[in-house]
Design a protein around this ligand. Structure first.
Ligand code: ARG
Length: 407
């Protein structure tokens, strides 16, 4: 009996060609799974068209899974807890969607009694790592196939291949950009962006074109670390992210242009647009400034870096990442309140206010006016003892020997 493979299918050129190629070269049966993680499935094309393309290419079935709420609540949610930004910048857009897709691939592989899953990634990126490590974490018995890593076809070859098999593809031989998108934002690579000195062209952006030149002020409300309402209107996290992408993105906010370190040792120039992700993380981190105890806050900042690296590196389903999740979740119990953000075109955002019923900010302690409740006299002995070690050092060895930077 032919081996059965469940393929992560996007409906695009590479994964459509992968269906036929695996059948021809490896003699397998292919089931396609299209996971909706909030990518803007081209509105001119229905799922029926995409499914039809998979079937023409030779798939025995094509399943659509709506994972938008799962993507928002579980994957973006945990990333919000961790203020997750790889290398201090990138909010893990693609890195968050891969484990969602993996989970559904494995699920469908079980339903269809498949022996393998497959993806359309090349050998140069992070996504292959995320698909493969993720699959092995959930299903050590399943094989993972990567046809695009084996076929050695250029894009033009793939277009010819699709034509030969009458697979209906809108793609042309010159494709300028490689774009990956989901609820959390869009990743844009290739074309002019491959020169890190060249300013990115305006053309591939869709979420961050300035459509509103007026300043926009928004309030995001959080409960237990998760956003629950926008300007007082309660909504699901998926809806809130969508609404915020439109409103913040319309002022041009949310672009990133960076050189990043891929897991596979390549430095690459990447351009992202992720207005909601960046606004939510900034607001969430600000609310933590108000509500987290100092030691918890400082330790959390160290672990956030590690969390983002693990997820970037394809370790969503791993014991360390899960242990860190437990820590992050524990810190979020009192991260409840509202944050006010002000957006000004093109692309500026400032946080202008925050409040919380759980705030550790104490007006009586902070104020310098008559309402002051702080006992100033207590500080005298405290500061003396705090600085005692340095004072002793200065007297015996220290300060008089320090050298100015510029002699
Ligand atoms: N460099 C980003 C990451 O590794 C984006 C990858 C985008 N993927 C793509 N197929 N264009 O998370």
């Amino acid at each position: 009996m032919a081996k059965r493979v469940v393929l992560a299918y996007s409906g695009g050129l590479d994964t459509s060609v992968a269906v036929r190629w695996m059948i021809e070269e490896w003699g397998v049966e292919v089931v396609c799974v299209l996971v909706n993680v909030g990518q803007d499935v081209d509105s001119s094309e229905s799922f029926e068209d995409i499914r039809n393309r998979a079937l023409v290419a030779g798939a025995i079935d094509c399943v659509l899974v709506d994972a938008r709420d799962e993507m928002a609540e579980e994957f973006c949610g945990r990333a919000i807890f961790a203020n997750a930004r790889y290398e201090g910048k990138y909010p893990l857009v693609s890195a968050l969607s891969r484990p969602v897709i993996v989970r559904h691939l494995v699920d469908q592989a079980r339903k269809f009694n498949a022996q393998a899953v497959a993806h359309g990634c090349t050998g140069k990126g992070n996504d292959q790592v995320r698909f493969e490590v993720g699959t092995h974490a959930l299903a050590p018995d399943l094989e993972v196939l990567a046809p695009a890593r084996n076929w050695g076809m250029t894009r033009a070859d793939s277009v010819d291949y699709a034509e030969k098999w009458h697979i209906p593809i809108g793609a042309t031989k010159e494709k300028i950009y490689s774009i990956d998108e989901n609820l959390w934002g869009r990743a844009i690579e290739c074309g002019a962006m491959e020169d890190p000195w060249a300013a990115p062209p305006e053309e591939p952006y869709t979420l961050t074109r300035v459509t509103n030149k007026e300043p926009v002020e928004l309030t995001i409300s959080f409960a237990g670390g998760l956003p629950t309402a926008l300007d007082g209107e309660a909504m699901s996290l998926a809806d809130l992210i969508k609404a915020l992408n439109a409103r913040a993105g319309g002022t041009g906010f949310g672009r990133l242009d960076m050189v990043e370190n891929r897991r596979v040792g390549i430095k690459s120039r990447e351009v992202y647009e992720c207005p909601a992700a960046l606004a939510i993380i900034a607001a969430h981190a600000d609310l933590e400034d108000l509500t987290l105890e100092r030691d918890v806050h400082h330790e959390k900042a160290r672990l956030e870096t590690r969390w983002a690296e693990l997820v970037y590196d394809g370790m969503w389903f791993s014991p360390l990442k899960e242990a860190l999740d437990a820590f992050m979740a524990d810190t979020q119990r009192h991260v409840t309140g509202d944050v006010r953000l002000r957006f000004e075109a093109p692309g500026l955002m400032r946080i202008v206010g925050r409040r919380s019923p759980k705030a550790l900010y104490d007006y009586g302690l902070a104020t310098y006016d008559a309402a002051d409740t702080f006992r100033h006299a207590d500080s005298e002995g405290y500061v003396k003892i705090y600085g005692l070690g340095v004072k002793t050092w200065a007297a015996r060895q220290g300060a008089k020997n320090s050298k100015p930077l510029v002699p």
